[in-house]
Design a protein around this ligand. Structure first.
Ligand SMILES: [Zn+2]
Length: 142
């Protein structure tokens, strides 16, 4: 991108009016996509909102967002493309707990997917950290 060719609005995603993959009853554009791109990029206000937006980013294969919201201390150098045929089926957020202080939080969730006809279930307790106002995914226990 060059200064002479500004792009004030990212290309609208054709799915912005579809139901958000995270399972909220909102549209993608009114829910997780706000944090993926546009003026509110990376501004998910809570650990749960960040967790949901990361699930949606997995569904939409927005790997840049996954890396940008991964804490630098645990962030992989790069993310592999999703396995061909992988389909995400849904997210269930079990509970959110505040951490030791307002900048720490844990979120327990179950994410379901299907690969090659086999159902998969990821049950994880994720830890989140807030630094300089931005929430980051730190790590998770299965
Ligand atoms: Zn969402």
């Amino acid at each position: 991108m060059t200064p002479s060719n500004p792009t004030p609005n990212p290309t609208p995603n054709p799915n912005e009016t579809a139901p958000c993959p995270c399972g909220s009853s909102q549209t993608l554009g009114a829910c997780c996509s706000r944090w993926h791109l546009g003026p509110q990029h990376l501004q998910a206000p809570t650990a749960e909102a960040l967790m949901r937006s990361r699930y949606s980013a997995f569904v939409l294969d927005r790997r840049d967002y996954l890396l940008a919201t991964w804490h630098p201390s645990t962030r992989p150098i790069q993310l592999e493309p999703p396995e061909p045929g992988l389909r995400w089926l849904g997210l269930e957020v079990r509970c959110c707990r505040p951490g030791a202080n307002p900048n720490h939080a844990t979120v327990e969730f179950v994410a379901r997917s299907k690969l090659g006809g086999r159902a998969q279930r990821l049950h994880e307790v994720s830890r989140f950290l807030r630094e300089s106002g931005q929430w980051y995914y730190l790590d998770g226990q299965h």
